[in-house]
Design a protein around this ligand. Structure first.
Ligand SMILES: Cc1ncc(COP(=O)(O)O)c(C=O)c1O
Length: 433
């Protein structure tokens, strides 16, 4: 048995994979990743693959950025972990200062483990905030169409993609969902107008509106005009309804600005962040809050936010998260987005004009296309492109019939050009077959 065969045998006998139909997985010949560096994953046999989705959108500065590796190892030599309940440490305090300094309107940070727990915490914060500001009847959440905010029960309750919700319908809590009838501009405009109407009409029952700003990621990289976000901010502010912006996917430069909300010039009451927050190196996230929200949790003991995870504020994650921000500054990462965006846009515009592609779109470091035929998340079409890309040296996991790239924000231009060429060749090959 080769090393690869041994790993695959052990894995197939024991490991239950996320978001994977297991019969298909068990019949497959999986990638076995041994090493990663920059934009590349290397398998156990030394074959290299461009990481087209930055490992589920986390690795915003590329894999094993030397400065993040150094920050992690130097922190590990000092303090691995300690609880954050009423005691503190330098990484938690310093990361808080640095991240809040670049988050207009936000003044407090609550650490969590990942994107889903950021959303869970934000939901609870909004409901407890309403209660502690004398409005206990405000406990509903308003969500938009096919949003995806994570997989824990609370996060799934405010998410809309039917195939992910269906098995759990009986235990998810009720939300007010505003559907988006079409991905065209008018569809989005109608949905946001309806969302504002709902807020105006039902404000007395609503704790918060939760939105993915500008791009709905897992729904299929759906991009909407930023000005619509301003409309949602106006309606929520008028009626003192908390606005939660879920920047778990869109934050840390993904759309070209550090926060996607900057495209609209709006500032939320609560911001959820994870993924790029720790450069994709460790599972960690946070909720940012305004001082106004924080104030409602001061005073008597029973007003505290009784919430936290074992690893809340983990020093290793926080030290890496602090270094991520330094790298963004020192390496002027956001300034490098424009030439990368232009390349992604040109490729996806070209692909959008091709037969077999229903539509294409791009924004910042996101490029996506829908293959004709529909079928949504369970469609097989994207997987044919995946197979072609794998043969050509890229890991290009689709979202059903949506083929997309979300490489690291600082992906070297040569690697990006190679990736985009593979995407074009793979779409061509899959559609020819
Ligand atoms: C917008 C958004 N929010 C929350 C989550 C959940 O994050 P995590 O997978 O870290 O729990 C995701 C995951 O893709 C996401 O895209």
């Amino acid at each position: 048995m080769t090393a690869r065969e041994r790993i695959v045998a052990a894995d197939k006998a024991r490991v239950w994979h996320p978001y994977a139909p297991m019969d298909e997985y068990l019949a497959s010949d999986p990638l076995v990743v041994a090493r990663a560096e920059g934009a590349w994953l290397y398998d156990v046999d030394g074959r290299a693959y461009l990481d087209a989705n930055a490992s589920w959108w986390t690795s915003v500065l590329g894999h094993r950025h030397p400065r993040l590796v150094a920050a992690l190892t130097s922190q590990l030599a000092q303090l691995d972990h300690c609880a954050l309940a009423g005691i503190t440490h330098a990484p938690a305090a310093e990361l808080a200062e640095a991240l809040l300094a670049r988050s207009p309107g936000m003044s407090r940070i609550f650490y969590v483990d990942d994107g889903s727990t950021a959303v869970e915490a934000a939901i609870k914060l909004s409901v407890q905030h309403a209660r502690q500001t004398g409005r206990p009847g405000r406990h509903k959440l308003v969500t938009l169409g096919d949003s995806v905010h994570g997989d824990t029960v609370g996060a799934a309750s405010v998410s809309g993609v039917e195939v992910f919700r269906r098995p759990f319908g009986a235990i998810l809590f009720e939300t007010i969902r505003v559907d988006v009838s079409s991905p065209a501009r008018e569809g989005w405009a109608r949905a946001f107008a309806q969302l504002s109407d709902v807020v105006r009409r039902d404000a007395d029952a609503i704790a918060a509106v939760i939105l993915e700003p500008v791009v709905q990621g897992a729904a299929g990289m759906l991009i909407y005009p930023p000005e619509l976000l301003r409309e949602a901010r106006r309606a929520t502010a008028e009626h003192d309804v908390t606005l939660i912006l879920d920047e778990v996917f869109t934050g840390y430069g993904r759309t070209g600005a550090f926060w996607a909300s900057e495209h609209a010039g709006v500032s939320a009451d609560l911001v959820c962040t994870a993924k790029g927050f720790s450069g994709g190196m460790l599972p960690m996230g946070a909720v940012l809050a305004t001082e106004r929200i924080f104030d409602a949790f001061r005073g008597a003991r029973d007003r505290a936010f009784y919430y936290g995870h074992s690893f809340t504020g983990n020093p290793l994650g926080a030290a890496v998260g602090r270094e991520v921000l330094r790298v963004f500054d020192d390496e002027r990462v956001l300034e490098g987005v424009a030439p990368r965006t232009a390349r992604i846009r040109a490729t996806f515009e070209r692909l959008g004009r091709r037969g077999g592609v229903a539509r294409a779109r791009s924004l910042g470091m996101v490029g996506a296309l829908d293959l004709e035929g529909g079928g949504g998340y369970l469609a097989g079409a994207g997987w044919r492109v995946f197979d072609e890309a794998r043969r050509r040296g890229a890991y290009l996991r689709p979202l059903g019939d949506v083929v997309y790239v979300t490489p690291s924000i600082n992906v070297p231009l040569d690697d990006l050009d190679r990736l985009l060429a593979i995407v074009e060749e793979s779409v061509e090959a899959a559609l020819r077959a």
